[in-house]
Design a protein around this ligand. Structure first.
Ligand code: ATP
Length: 238
């Protein structure tokens, strides 16, 4: 499986957020998506999830492309977003059961996901009783229920304690070991991932015409390859 973005651009409310975003990830790879606040990481993940159109460029996943194959694309890609999207009136188990039903997934995955994220004790509680970290774990547990090959993760470890962060890192490593791909927007070290995709920043005619050579460990074709200390990334993007 290859997951590729080619010169993607994004506009929000008519304003250019980024352009020239390219990367390629293959089965087994987990990558950190890096860039300052407002650089468009969440917007990119929504585009890659097939939930919002790109202003330019294309993405491909094996034989599928965006735009074009939206429906089949969305069946292969899971987005764990910023917002927990937990149904507060449902129980913890009910949230995952509804997710399984929605995705036509076997109900047995619900118990496995509850166990994996340490939620069994809370399973019959209404989800609105959950703490922020518990809600986050519930949101992440849906990844195991839907079992899509590509995981798009938007700051997935926010609100998680160290133990839960370690569990999640292990879950992602296992997903990749089974041939999956993960791309995680993050400002911290997540404890998984062998590649970095860097947001290209808002172009002011100052960026390089061609992406620079990739340092070791960069995703093939990932734009930029700059560290967060790079002044291009830490300057005023607005
Ligand atoms: N619904 C919206 N309408 C208009 N502009 C938006 C909308 N949502 C986000 N934006 C703008 O798009 C830009 C990119 O936002 P986005 O949330 O993708 O950035 P981010 O890199 O994920 O930021 P952070 O690190 O703070 O989470 C920002 O300038 C933001 O103000």
């Amino acid at each position: 499986m290859e997951f590729r973005a080619e010169t993607l651009a994004c506009r929000r409310a008519g304003r250019l957020v980024f352009e020239g975003l390219s990367f390629a990830l293959v089965s087994g790879q987990a990558a950190a998506l890096r860039g300052p606040n407002g650089s468009g990481k969440s917007s990119l993940l929504r585009i890659l999830a097939g939930l919002a159109p790109a202003a330019a460029g294309r993405a491909s996943l094996d034989g599928l492309t965006l735009p074009g194959d939206g429906e089949a694309w969305r069946e292969r890609v899971a987005l764990a977003g910023h917002l927990d999207a937990v149904k507060p009136a449902f129980t913890v188990r009910g949230n995952l059961a509804a997710w399984a039903a929605f995705h036509g997934a076997p109900a047995a995955r619900v118990d496995a996901a509850l166990e994996r994220f340490g939620l069994e004790r809370l399973a019959e509680d209404p989800a609105h009783w959950c703490s922020a970290g518990q809600k986050r774990r519930l949101g992440l547990a849906r990844l195991l229920v839907a079992a899509r090959p590509v995981w798009l993760l938007d700051e997935p470890t926010v609100s998680l304690d160290a133990a839960s962060t370690a569990v999640f890192a292990q879950v992602v490593r296992e997903h990749c070991a089974a041939g999956g791909i993960a791309l995680a927007a993050t400002h911290v070290d997540l404890g998984f991932g062998d590649a970095v995709v860097t947001m290209p920043g808002r172009p002011q005619g100052t960026g390089p015409a061609e992406p620079p050579a990739q340092p070791a460990g960069e995703a093939a074709g990932a734009s930029g390859g700059k560290s967060l200390d790079d002044p291009f990334l830490t300057g005023d993007w607005r």
